[in-house]
Ligand binder design. Structure first.
Ligand code: ARG
Length: 709
């Protein structure tokens, strides 16, 4: 290797074959064949001569073998060097693969120790990895060219702390296009090129007075693609504002026009590789650094191709800023068969891995390394979960405690899981070991100090149905269903309801006042009287308008039979409320003959459970309306226990509230005239949920006609 020199030492490569011959970054678009090699040679020579005044410059002369390697001038992408160890790049783009052996030969000739990364990673050298001068720290970019998977390896190879920064703007595809570190813990960077967590990481590590954020105009003129040698910063361009900030930090700025190279997406820094790094005085006696990067694997099974599930899963991971690769993929041979795949997910931290694994589990993915006990953390404040709590889905969930899988009771979404171990004396005699551990879903607000809460995703197993099985109704729709489709939907729905009724099952109806306004009240009433409804979950409005209609023939003052407003009608609903209030309750109003028909009357007569959950806009309210929300939620939850089907009729708020507490396995049928509402509800539910976009009055009419006719 080259002997240490008191001056900085850098490696450049002559642009003998430079040109724009292909497009591998946005700068190259429209520039193929446009770069002028002679002009480039002149610019390069000027840069070279300037750098020679500040550093010892080694130059590679690319021979004929490099004829088809127009980007080889960008020596920063050769690899990364520390001490006598050189790690060659593994290019993501095949166009530049040919450079690797040529650069490799140069380093081998100088007896550097060459350590190669596994070939399935991608890492584009110093272009994406910058040592912080004077610190044992490597800033490493990923997301466009380099993959985060390589970063864990870099920690081990160089024994430095690696900070992974995700690049999110294709124009700033290498870290050195938007970031450079300066001695004294300072950085210069273009913040919008990074994702939010990366920006926060930079801000966390570098004090505000030690950061310069460059303008977009500076950034797009490659100001960050700078080479610092001593107290001189060499760059293509720097605005006066930026120059004066750098001057205040004690730097001289030397600009050097490299416009011809910008056609290929590179500038000053890209054309240099540092052959000597200064990581500070104690670089010899460094502690051992461990990478915070974590990897997990999940398996997927389903119509991975037809339904795009594989893409969706990869998008979930990628959008969260994680690395994701397909480790195994077995496509089904026939359309009706299922494909399987294994995904490998790499995250900057264990917490972020957990979050994304949780998301993937909701999509039906199964974590592969589940043979560990669940991580239990005690509650320290009543009603507050420990950070990192696992949040539940609608699917049956098992947690592993002392090597044994226990099914959580009371499955619902957005709860946490509390584990109770009845140890020794407390458990008492006769408690079998399997029963000694219990797990249940608990709402955050119900947590008590010392409850043991499952945190992270290790030791959690979710039993999801086959991924995106075709729903057997086949009328799930995000656009208004045609009349014929609605008829078909009603046909299947009626058939299912009949079967549930025949086996003594339970159907709950969640309904809004639109049911009454659209004239569906009498059909719902019929369904109740014929025993198709076991619970009615609603608010204050539906019963008010139902009873108003019964008493006055109007709904919100509109005569439902003629569709016109009635004089004095605006008082009708208040009068209805008042009469029920005088009676004391809906049941009392029915019992003493104030209310003699309608939906609520049918509920009372047929002993159907009804729960009225109040809201801020309620008039009255009726004496039965629960204005205490906790109480209302609990009453809803009790009412849907053991339900086989929940019909959600034009009530977004109450339907979503109900969906949140419903476990998988309950069929949700959402009916609304607005496709957006139907989609929103159906998306929250399990594969069992279906949506019908239609007028709810019409649907109830068809349904009652079919079941009670
Ligand atoms: N055309 C080259 C590429 O896209 C430019 C490389 C610039 N190098 C750098 N370190 N940013 O790979």
């Amino acid at each position: 290797m080259l002997k240490d020199s008191p001056r900085p030492r850098i490696l450049m490569c002559r642009p003998t074959h430079f040109g724009v011959h292909y497009v591998i970054n946005p700068w190259m678009h429209g520039q193929v064949g446009r770069a002028d090699n002679a002009k480039a040679q002149t610019q390069w020579q000027q840069l070279h001569d300037l750098l020679c005044t500040l550093a010892d410059v080694e130059v590679i002369e690319p021979g004929d073998t490099a004829r088809d390697l127009p980007d080889m001038v960008f020596s920063a992408n050769a690899g990364l060097l520390l001490g006598d160890t050189f790690v060659p790049s593994v290019f993501r783009v095949p166009e530049r693969d040919g450079e690797v052996p040529l650069f490799g030969r140069w380093f081998a000739d100088y007896d550097y120790e060459i350590k190669e990364l596994p070939g399935d990673l991608s890492f584009e050298g110093e272009g994406d990895a910058l040592f912080h001068p004077g610190q044992q720290l490597l800033w490493a970019g990923y997301g466009v060219r380099s993959g985060i998977e390589a970063h864990a390896q870099l920690t081990d190879l160089f024994n430095v702390e690696v900070v992974s920064l995700r690049l999110v703007d294709q124009r700033f595809y290498h870290l050195d296009t938007c970031f450079y570190p300066l001695p004294g813990g300072r950085v210069v960077y273009f913040a919008p090129a990074f994702d939010e967590p990366s920006r926060q990481e930079i801000e966390r590590r570098v004090a505000p007075e030690d950061r310069i954020e460059v303008s977009e105009d500076d950034a797009l003129r490659f100001t960050c693609n700078a080479v610092r040698l001593g107290d001189t910063i060499v760059t293509n361009h720097a605005s006066d504002a930026l120059q004066s900030k750098l001057n205040k930090w004690g730097y001289k700025v030397a600009t050097c026009d490299v416009s011809e190279f910008m056609l290929a997406g590179g500038a000053c820094k890209c054309m240099t590789l540092l052959l000597q790094q200064d990581l500070g005085p104690d670089a010899g006696s460094r502690p051992t650094f461990a990478s915070p990067i974590r990897t997990g694997r999940v398996s997927l099974r389903g119509h991975l191709l037809d339904h795009g599930t594989l893409n969706k899963a990869m998008d979930v991971a990628t959008d969260a800023g994680l690395g994701c690769s397909v480790e195994q993929f077995h496509p089904a041979e026939r359309r009706d068969q299922l494909s399987t795949a294994t995904l490998r997910i790499t995250a900057p931290t264990g917490d972020r891995l957990d979050t994304t694994l949780g998301e993937l589990m909701k999509m039906g993915a199964t974590p592969i390394d589940e043979e560990t006990d669940a991580n239990l953390v005690a509650v320290d404040l009543p009603g507050v979960a420990p950070d990192g709590f696992y949040s539940t889905t609608i699917y049956p969930t098992d947690v592993r405690v002392d090597g044994r899988w226990v099914r959580a009771a009371g499955q619902r979404m957005d709860a946490v899981i509390v584990v109770e171990k009845q140890g020794g004396s407390k458990g008492g005699a006769g408690v079998s070991p399997a029963n000694a551990v219990q797990a249940r879903c608990v709402l955050m607000r119900d947590l008590r100090p010392r409850d043991q809460v499952v945190c992270h995703v290790g030791g959690v197993r979710v039993k999801t149905p086959e991924l995106d099985r075709d729903d057997e109704f086949g009328f799930m729709s995000s656009s208004v269903s045609s009349e014929r489709r609605v008829e078909q939907a009603v046909e299947t729905l009626a058939w299912e309801m009949d079967r549930i009724k025949a086996r003594g099952g339970r159907i709950a109806v969640v309904a809004g006042p639109v049911v009454i306004h659209t004239g569906g009240g009498r059909h719902l009433e019929q369904l109740i009287r014929h025993g198709y409804v076991q619970a009615l979950l609603t608010g204050n409005a539906l019963p008010v308008h139902d009873m108003e209609h019964h008493l006055f023939g109007t709904s919100l003052g509109v005569d439902l039979s003629r569709g016109v407003g009635v004089q004095g009608g605006h008082r009708h609903h208040l009068q209805a409320i008042n009469r029920v209030r005088r009676a004391g309750s809906i049941k009392a109003a029915v019992d003493n003959g104030v209310i003699t028909g309608g939906v609520m009357h049918a509920c009372v007569e047929n002993e159907v459970d009804y729960v009225l959950a109040g809201s801020i806009r309620d008039d009255g309210p009726l004496p039965d309306t629960k204005m205490d929300l906790f109480e209302a939620q609990q009453a809803y939850a009790r009412a849907i226990e053991g339900c086989d089907m929940i019909l959600m009729l034009s009530s977004m708020l109450h339907a979503i509230g109900t969906g949140n507490m419903t476990p998988a396995g309950v069929k949700l049928v959402c009916v609304d005239i607005s496709p957006a509402v139907v989609t929103k509800l159906a998306d929250r539910g399990s594969v069992e949920s279906v949506g019908i976009v239609t007028d709810v009055g019409l649907l109830l009419n068809l349904l009652a006609g079919r079941l009670c006719g």
